[in-house]
Design a protein around this ligand. Structure first.
Ligand SMILES: [Zn+2]
Length: 130
């Protein structure tokens, strides 16, 4: 069953970079900025099947729409088709963070995403150990 979620722009505190000389701090800041934009900009997020894991079509403020793929509950292997995600090493973008924001605001999605984490993380941990 398809599902569309509208996220309105809300107030969200802008992140601050603690140290522009330190690459780790800059990357943390850049990731926090994607989370920030996922809150202060409106999005429309649609899933063809309503499952948390799978493809989500994300419309932001621009005409273009991008596809976010939620792979598992680890939050480390998800992807987006936008230039920001594909061109950077951050592993995230505002579209991906908008999908995660939707998971937080919708109770049933939050529960499903938590279950996904519980199912997938032990499996993924075993893969890393091998
Ligand atoms: Zn993106």
């Amino acid at each position: 069953m398809g599902r569309t979620i509208r996220l309105n722009a809300v107030r969200h505190e802008a992140p601050v970079c603690e140290d522009y000389e330190d690459l780790g701090s800059v990357l943390d800041f850049e990731r926090a900025m994607r989370v920030h934009r996922a809150y202060v900009e409106p999005f429309e997020i649609a899933s063809p099947d309503g499952h948390v894991d799978g493809s989500w079509l994300v419309h932001g403020t621009s005409a273009a729409a991008y596809v976010v793929d939620i792979v598992d509950g680890t939050g480390t292997r998800d992807a987006c088709t936008c230039p920001d995600f594909l061109g950077g090493d951050l592993g995230t973008c505002k579209h991906l963070e908008a999908v995660r924001r939707a998971f937080q605001v919708r109770r049933e999605l939050a529960a499903a995403y938590r279950r996904l984490s519980e199912i997938m993380q032990p499996w993924w941990r075993r893969c890393i150990e091998i």
